[in-house]
Each structure stands twice: as structure tokens, then as C-alpha cells.
Ligand binder design. Structure first.
Ligand code: NAP
Length: 259
């Protein structure tokens, strides 16, 4: 399917690995020029070079912490005039409700709620001026089906979801569509680190932890970053113009719900 976005330009935050990289790859394949970001320079430059050479697109890199005010300013400057915004950052650590104090909540809200909001606030006006834009926020299945140990993530991401529900409906009239993509378990470093925690806690091997988690997913495997990226590219495409403020769950059927 021709996504109809060749020649457009996208900012993909936190995109040197994992789900962000999957989105950057799929957009590059669709002929979209990119601004890519991550804190670490090595993987960022390696992946940017690969996407340039594989897809012939222009790729700019900004190495910084996207959750810091300074980092946001650097990325926003590089991304002025983008047609597409994919927000992403690392997720908060797991824990127990009694572990978390105010500072932990502020950190999680900053990273997973206020950072994407800052990017939308900075870049939506340019999209509105052009009469076309797409925003995809990478959130989590925990928005639909909260995960007990991820209370910080549950709190921050549902806050973002509420913001998007209203804002997406305010900007849709200008040809700008904002939607959220909710990953269930995908095969990335983040999943590896969550499995590592389970392995330690339960005294089982990493493979056993992964097998146990896979058994809870109807497709009996983890998702891939390529599957995730393809869904993101569709939401950024010309074909998604009637999709507004939706929360699209990619979880292999793990969440047992009707809607
Ligand atoms: P990942 O494999 O650990 O990759 C994270 C990427 O983001 C890396 O490129 C990392 O590079 C970059 N990054 C992290 N923090 C950053 C920051 N503050 N500023 C700039 N770049 C940053 O993680 P993932 O699995 O793709 O997860 C992406 C998001 O989806 C996370 O919020 C995660 O909680 C959420 N999620 C993931 C899953 C899953 O199963 N994978 C499920 C539900 C939700 P550097 O480290 O070099 O900065």
C-alpha cells in the first residue's frame, strides 16, 4: 500500500532502538525524511546511517535526553516544520505502590506525560499552518489494562491519554490527526529488562521468564518492532485522516477486553 507520505518529514523521539526505531524504519521505508533522537550517540548514528543508505532519505540526529528541558529545546529546533511527530521516551521503573514518593511521580510525569505534551505544543502550530499533520504517541497497554507493578507508568500515561482525547478533537479540523499507539509486550531491551526483573524475583532463568510471559499472550510470542513500526506508519499515512484520538492496542490479544 502506498502510504502517500513520501517527501514528508518526521521527528521520531527516542528512536535508536526498540519501538521508536521500528517507527523510524517504517517511515523511512515510506520515503519520509527523519529527525532521530536518543541519548547515546553510537546506536543513533549507526541506525541513522543505515536508514539513509537503505532508503535514500535525509536523516538528522539529535543526541540528548528528550525528557530534559534543554534536550527538548534542541530537538524542537531541529524539528521545526515537521509534518509528523512520534513521541517516545524510556518507561518508568516497576515497583510497589509504597515505594514511590513525589519525586518519582514528578519524574514519570515529566518523561511520559509532559514531554510528549511539550512536543505537541511546539510542533502542532506548524502542522496546523500547513493544514496537514500526524502525531503518534507511543504509550502502553497499561492505559487500557493497568499493570500493577507499573504504577508510575499507569499514572503518567493515562494523564497523557486524557490530554490527547481533548487536544486531538481541537486540531482535527485543521487536518492534523493525533492518535496513541499502545504496545503490549514487544521484543526490545525494555522487555528484556522487565523479564530480567521477573527472573531475579522468581529465581527462574530469563528464558523461563520469557516463556511464561509468552504463554499469557494469545499469539504466544512477543511483538516485533517491525510490526509496531508498520502500524505507526499507517497512522501517519494519508489513509488515517478519519482516525482521531484513538488508542490502538498492539498486544497480541493479551488484554482480555471487548473494546
Ligand atoms: P527500548 O528498547 O529500551 O528503547 C528505548 C529507546 O529510547 C532507545 O533508543 C533509547 O536510547 C531511547 N531513549 C530512552 N530514554 C530516552 C530519553 N530520555 N531521551 C532520548 N532517548 C531515550 O524501549 P522500547 O521497548 O522501545 O520502549 C519504548 C517505550 O514503549 C517505553 O516508554 C516503554 O515503556 C514503552 N513500552 C514498551 C513495551 C515493550 O514491550 N517493549 C511495552 C509497553 C510499553 P538511549 O538509551 O541511547 O537514550
Amino acid at each position: 500500500m502506498d502510504l502517500g507520505i513520501q517527501g514528508k518529514r518526521a521527528l521520531v523521539c527516542a528512536s535508536s532502538k526498540g519501538l521508536g526505531l521500528g517507527c523510524a524504519e517504517a517511515l523511512a521505508e515510506a520515503g519520509v525524511d527523519l529527525v532521530m533522537n536518543a541519548r547515546g550517540v553510537a546506536a543513533l548514528e549507526t541506525e541513522a546511517a543505515r536508514l539513509r543508505s537503505e532508503h535514500g532519505v535525509d536523516v538528522q540526529t539529535v543526541a540528548c535526553d528528550v525528557t530534559s528541558v534543554d534536550g527538548q529545546a534542541q530537538v524542537i529546533e531541529a524539528a521545526q516544520g515537521v509534518d509528523i511527530l512520534v513521541t517516545n521516551a524510556g518507561g518508568p521503573p516497576p515497583g510497589l505502590w509504597s515505594d514511590w514518593d513525589r519525586d518519582d511521580f514528578i519524574k514519570a510525569l515529566d518523561a511520559n506525560m509532559l514531554t510528549p505534551i511539550a512536543f505537541m505544543k511546539a510542533l502542532l502550530p506548524g502542522m496546523i499552518d500547513k493544514g496537514w499533520g500526524r502525531v503518534v504517541n507511543i504509550t502502553s497497554q497499561s492505559v487500557r489494562s493497568p499493570i500493577a507493578a507499573l504504577g508510575l507508568s499507569n499514572a503518567a500515561r493515562t494523564g497523557l491519554t486524557g490530554y490527547v482525547a481533548g487536544t486531538s478533537r481541537q486540531v482535527a479540523q485543521f487536518g492534523v490527526n493525533i492518535n496513541n499507539l499502545l504496545p503490549g509486550i514487544h521484543d526490545t531491551d525494555r522487555a528484556l529488562s522487565l523479564d530480567g526483573g521477573v527472573s531475579k524475583q522468581q529465581g527462574i532463568s530469563l528464558d523461563e521468564a520469557r516463556a511464561a510471559r509468552s504463554a499469557t499472550i494469545p499469539v504466544r510470542r512477543y511483538g516485533t518492532r517491525q510490526e509496531f513500526g508498520a502500524a505507526c506508519a499507517f497512522l501517519c499515512s494519508q489513509h488515517a485522516g478519519f482516525m482521531v484520538g484513538q488508542n490502538i492496542l498492539l498486544d497480541g490479544g493479551a488484554g482480555n477486553m471487548t473494546m
